[in-house]
Design a protein around this ligand. Structure first.
Ligand code: HXC
Length: 513
């Protein structure tokens, strides 16, 4: 064959393969309001940066034992590319080819690119759009899933793993995204469930739509299985790129450093309301502290009584964990503890210092919380902070009562710097509760119990509900004003190195259930 014929032969093969399941199948994908697999990768990656691998892996009819059917690329596109000029490994399932179903060759392509991500120490991004295990391949598809789950776990904490759900993701297939660090979903496009509406109807007689059962809103607000909600596929790709800008490519690196920028809305002394029972939006405080007031919130719609996300201080990434007084007064509960603990562990794994902003009345009381296991879930927060060896900075803004004072990265859990504002109230419990217990006899015996109670509450506030007692014992390193806080945090972060002190050698600890 002449060189020209070889080239033509090559180009012919490529143009057939990149059509995936063919024009009709691609059109049907578009009719569902979805991008095709190649449009997705074009939109996600830097222009022309994809080096596709294993395009020529095709499923052969022999494996099926059925009629001949070519499955281009075996229903998944894999390769390496760049995002903002930084390398990433990607795989994207192609629904136009046998519904993106996962068979042996499909899984091998994915595990191969996962191994590349491990060997080359770069983030792994997976786009899921699949009917699940390829039924015709039987146990081979199950083996494929198992090998993916195994690698997800091995890669955890080594390189960031991101899952974008852009179609169905059902059955055991959901466990790969669940094992990754961040899950992105798109309104009316993403669907995730272990058993779908049909099975639920058959087994339990319950009626529910796929969207209500496992759509984007459900997973970002109710289950917490997904971290980022977007209205369109393009928006989700923007979120991915923005998230990666805060992260290092692997656990041995530090996140990229950007030019420092002042916040667009600096903090003022009045940021905390005069009435200490009044709520405020802690995100205003976060935006007053971070560079360019640029805050990327993670899990924005889930457990909104705690806020977690990424910002920068003088160009350096920080992971921020903040109680949200605007939602349930900022109490800690089962979901808030889980959300914060997981975020802390991610930041610690990837060299991202932690900034904790405290204003919480404590753990949410109630039978529901107790029976939901608030003890073990709350313990995860203690565990995650205590285990973390990245620099840890804490600012106590207002309430820090009881167990929540300890849990929100107190010095006792290894915070490197604890700062407090004059409005901080650090005590075993809130003034009302405390006064009712320790002055109960005096209140009951008084001629006017209401007046006596108010007096005792004020007395307690003056004595205990302030930052000076804790600062006097060295539990708080410095008391400063809101408007001076950013400068102090920037100083800390510019000198902070990982603090590995006090670590004992062991295989690993055991995370609470
Ligand atoms: C083989 C599959 C497939 C599968 C879809 N297809 N799912 N082929 N194995 N699992 C094929 C269809 O036969 C069809 O092929 C093409 O993909 C498009 O599918 P449609 O049904 O036409 O598309 P749509 O109407 O959009 O419905 C999509 C769907 C539905 C909701 C995903 O296909 C579906 O319910 N599929 C089965 C889902 C499922 O139960 N998967 C197994 C889960 S068990 P043609 O040739 O007609 O175009 C599992 C275990 C994993 O995953 C355990 C891991 C631990």
């Amino acid at each position: 064959m002449s060189i020209v014929s070889m080239i033509n032969d090559f180009l012919g093969r490529v143009s057939r393969l990149i059509l995936g399941g063919g024009r009709e199948a691609l059109d049907s994908q578009k009719k569902k309001g979805k991008l095709t697999v190649r449009e997705r990768l074009d939109a996600l990656l830097d222009r022309n940066s994809l080096l596709e691998t294993d395009l020529f892996v095709e499923h052969s009819a022999r494996d099926f034992g059925m009629a001949t059917k070519h499955l281009a690329g075996d229903g998944v596109v894999t390769g390496i590319g760049r995002i903002d000029d930084r390398p990433v490994a990607v795989f994207a399932q192609d629904f136009s080819v046998a519904g993106g179903s996962l068979g042996r060759a499909h899984a091998s392509k994915i595990t191969k690119i996962m191994d590349t991500a491990r060997d080359m120490q770069m983030p792994l991004i997976g786009i899921n759009d699949s009917g699940g295990a390829r039924i015709q391949e039987g146990v081979d598809s199950l083996c494929g899933y198992g090998e993916i789950f195994f690698r997800n776990t091995q890669l955890s904490g080594v390189v960031p793993q991101l899952s974008i759900i852009l179609g169905p993701c059902a059955g055991g297939a959901v466990y790969s995204p669940a094992l990754t660090d961040f899950v992105f979903v798109v309104d009316r496009i993403s669907n995730m469930f272990i058993t779908g509406p049909q099975v639920i109807r058959t087994v339990l007689g319950e009626e529910i739509s796929p969207e209500d059962l496992g759509g984007a809103r459900t997973h970002t607000s109710i289950t917490g299985n997904a971290h980022f909600f977007a209205s369109t596929e393009y928006e989700t790709f923007d979120q991915v790129r923005r998230l990666l800008s805060f992260l290092p490519s692997n656990c041995s690196e530090r996140p990229p450093v950007f030019p420092a920028q002042q916040p667009r809305q600096p903090l003022t002394p009045e940021i905390i309301p005069d009435d200490r029972r009044k709520a405020y939006d802690v995100k205003d405080i976060i935006r007053g502290l971070v560079d360019a007031s640029d805050f990327l919130e993670v899990h924005e719609l889930y457990a909104r009584n705690i806020v977690v996300g990424f910002g920068r201080l003088e160009g350096r990434s920080v992971g921020i964990i903040a109680n949200q007084p605007k939602v349930l007064a900022g109490v800690l509960d089962v979901d808030a503890s889980d959300k914060a603990a997981r975020f802390i562990r991610f930041c610690d794994a990837f060299n991202i210092p932690l900034l904790t902003l405290v204003d919480t009345p404590g753990y949410l009381p109630g039978v529901d919380q107790e029976h939901s296991g608030v003890i073990r879930h709350g313990a995860k927060l203690l565990y995650a902070y205590s285990e973390a060896t990245v620099p840890k900075m804490t600012v106590i803004m207002r309430k820090a009562y009881g167990g929540a004072y300890i849990a929100m990265c107190s010095r006792h859990l290894g915070a490197n710097f604890v700062l407090a504002w004059p409005s901080a109230e650090i005590a075993v419990m809130g003034p009302e509760g405390a006064a009712n217990i320790i002055f109960r006899k005096e209140i009951d015996d008084s001629q006017n119990p209401d007046v006596t109670r108010s007096e005792k509450i004020r007395e307690y506030e003056e004595k205990f509900a302030n930052p000076y007692v804790a600062a006097g014992k060295g539990y708080v390193d410095a008391i400063l004003l809101p408007q001076d806080t950013r400068a102090a945090l920037c100083t800390v972060i510019s000198v902070a190195k990982n603090s590995e002190h006090g670590r004992v050698s062991r295989r690993h600890g055991n995370f609470p259930v």
